[in-house]
Design a protein around this ligand. Structure first.
Ligand code: F6P
Length: 322
């Protein structure tokens, strides 16, 4: 069998600052630990609710809490990390070591509603340069363009880690002996697609332009688009984005009328920015509405939400034009 490049060799080949490689290595190692607990499921008492409501007003699952603790502990133990922020924590946690250079933001277990039904879930990570070794919350509020790395791990049929440091996108598969081995050297998103992902049950609440765009897709070959579309919805952004990175498509979680003051469901710092960085690096587009790039949004709060429309570039343009 051909010898494969492992994550350490890949990071070395990118000539990254040593502290960034250490940070990414710690994040990837935490994903291996989370995978073990996810795959143990009911056998390790990991399923069900934790009984706690998080800062997002969502009931945390036990696995949300466990995954958050694993990432927080392993990252703060890494001398290169200056602080962490998580979808599951109210505020940022600065590291106690004085050598930290990077801020790590994460959604420890994305797609929580999939946990108890053994459907795919994942971990999403964004890395920023720390302005100081004793960071405050304001230091984390950098736009997505400032990210120096983004990755996710998807815990599905295979466990995969997909990474960018701004030099393209590479994919690794977790081997039986716990190594991340490169299986996808340069991931690119095809510009055209016939597949969309959106929670159709919210259709009547969307803005008119989103209704028009989806309606055009649903009319298929008989409508304005002149081609038939397929629809997929895994209900875990990490798995829906993974499919788009593997074969193209668009993913939308738009603003809707029910709560007009709430910009969307997904979180800018933990979901929008890291996924946008990966999608852009793979040649796709990642926007709030087909037009505004997510990476250019200036964050005003740590747990800020945004609408999302990302994926195959020409199809994102169709969303903008609808
Ligand atoms: O983090 C929020 C999230 O779980 C995403 O991963 C996913 O895309 C979405 O919510 C699912 O939303 P819904 O419950 O509307 O299907």
């Amino acid at each position: 069998m051909t010898a494969r490049t492992d994550l350490a060799a890949h990071l070395a080949s990118l000539a990254l600052p040593q502290a960034l490689s250490q940070t990414l290595t710690a994040a990837a190692a935490a994903c291996v630990e989370i995978r073990k607990i996810v795959s143990g499921g009911a056998l390790v008492g990991a399923l069900g609710a934790s009984g706690v409501v998080n800062v997002q007003d969502e009931e945390q699952k036990k696995l949300d809490v466990i995954s958050n603790d694993v990432l927080t502990d392993m990252l703060l133990a890494c001398p290169a990390v200056a602080g962490v922020a998580s979808e599951e924590m109210d505020t940022v946690q600065p590291a106690t070591n004085p050598t930290g250079e990077y801020l790590v933001l994460f959604d420890p277990l994305d797609g929580s509603s999939n946990i108890d039904i053994n459907a795919p879930v994942g971990t999403i990570v964004s890395v920023l340069k720390a302005p100081s070794a004793t960071p405050t919350e304001a230091d984390f509020l950098q736009s997505g363009r400032h990210q120096v790395a983004a990755l996710y791990a998807v815990y599905g049929g295979q466990t995969m880690l997909v990474l960018t440091t701004g030099q393209g996108v590479a994919g690794f598969t977790l081997s039986h002996d716990g190594q991340w081995l490169m299986t996808h050297e340069r991931i690119t998103v095809p510009a055209d697609t016939k597949e969309f992902a959106i929670n159709m049950s919210n259709q009547r609440h969307w803005a008119e332009s989103v209704q028009r765009y989806i309606d055009g897709c649903l009319q298929g070959a008989d409508g304005p688009r002149g081609k038939n579309f397929n629809m997929r919805w895994v209900a875990a952004m990490v798995a829906d984005v993974h499919r788009i990175l593997m074969r193209g498509g668009v993913f939308l979680y738009p603003w809707d009328k029910r709560e007009p003051n709430k910009p969307g469901k997904l979180r800018l710092m933990y979901e929008g920015n890291p996924m946008a960085f990966l999608i852009e690096q793979a040649g796709g587009k990642a926007t709030t509405d087909g037009k505004q790039a997510i990476l250019d949004v200036t964050p005003t709060e740590l747990h800020q939400r945004i609408p999302v429309a990302l994926g195959s570039a020409n199809e994102v343009d169709q969303i903008a034009a609808a």
